[in-house]
Design a protein around this ligand. Structure first.
Ligand code: C5P
Length: 300
């Protein structure tokens, strides 16, 4: 059973005050793009338990701390089955890149194990289990373009027309999400932090499929914190702007940068342009929205 799951970028990431539970109240606009991990699950012999294997160059722990492993365990516990399963993760989503790669694998593991164990868990229950695993896991199930509220786990679909084209500048070394949120709190320590609201300009841009308007409306409250921890990202943002991107932003907690362009041809131009600055080690072209975690191949 193979499940494919997309990465996300945040077109808007409004970060509200720190809550008593340690999370921040968010208003975010998630957008799923076609950079995907595949999670393959196979039944293991009874009593074998869960095992996990990472395929590719990803430096991710292949043990019980991995969110995909925990997802299999959580689903088994909730449905009373024995979690005898081998998981294989084919990684393409940058690790610790602000694109919710770990959350994506957890969402894929939920869908894959649900299918393997023939549970037919309903979407609402899967989303509930997903939220217990992490704030971004429900969106990885959902896909498309959606507003996230609460700590990001409560989703509402956004009416979006057409396809948006992106160039992603991927840093070699990741950033820790908690560290970026902590830096955001530190930078704002003397400010009054209001509850964020959805950007009407962004909604209008998405409704009309206007990449230029979306580019102008991109906003991320974690951006200053990510730039404070990684000042060199500022130069890459500037380079993207100079090279004609319609907008550029730190993706989530970073350090991946997402640039929006008008079409595939412009994406290729920008990708080549960014590489030739020597500031960027790796770029990927992408488009969105794409669907959330889904079975792509069921072995009979
Ligand atoms: O939910 P998840 O485990 O993915 O969150 C990782 C970390 O990101 C949290 O421990 C917290 O530091 C930060 N976070 C936050 N507010 C949110 C979501 C995440 O502070 N709404």
């Amino acid at each position: 059973m193979t499940v494919r799951v997309p990465a996300k970028i945040n077109l808007q990431l409004g970060v509200g005050p720190l809550r008593a539970d340690g999370y921040h109240e968010l208003v975010t606009v998630f957008h799923a793009v076609n950079i995907c991990d595949d999670v393959i699950v196979e039944a293991a012999t009874p009593g074998a338990g869960i095992s996990l294997e990472m395929v590719g160059e990803a430096s991710v722990a292949a043990d019980a701390t991995n969110l995909a492993w925990r997802a299999a365990q959580v689903l088994a516990d909730a449905s009373g089955v024995d979690p005898d399963v081998h998981l294989q993760i084919h990684k393409r989503i940058p690790v610790a890149g602000g694109m919710a790669g770990g959350s994506a694998d957890a969402a894929a593991a939920l869908v894959a194990c649900d299918a393997l164990w023939r549970l037919s868990t309903d979407r609402a229950e899967l989303a509930r289990l997903a939220a217990t695993l992490g704030s971004d896991v429900p969106f990885a199930l959902h896909g498309g373009t959606a507003i996230g509220t609460g700590r990001g786990e409560q989703l509402t679909d956004v009416l979006a027309r057409g396809t948006l084209h992106w160039v992603l500048a991927i840093a070699e070394e990741g950033l820790s999400t908690p560290a970026v949120y902590a830096e955001c709190d530190r930078l704002r320590a003397d400010e009054r932090v209001d509850d964020p609201v959805v950007s009407e300009a962004l909604m209008q841009g998405l409704r009309s499929g206007d990449a230029q308007a979306v580019g102008r409306a991109l906003a991320n409250d974690l951006q200053s914190a990510a730039l404070s921890l990684r000042p060199e990202l500022g130069q890459v943002l500037q380079a993207g702007d100079d090279l004609g991107a319609l907008g550029g932003i730190v993706s989530g907690s970073g350090p991946t940068l997402a640039f929006i362009v008008a079409d595939e041809e412009r994406a290729l131009d920008l990708a080549v342009g960014l590489m030739s600055t020597g500031l960027v080690r790796s770029v990927k072209r992408a488009h969105g929205p794409v669907p959330g975690a889904k079975v792509v191949n069921e072995r009979l």
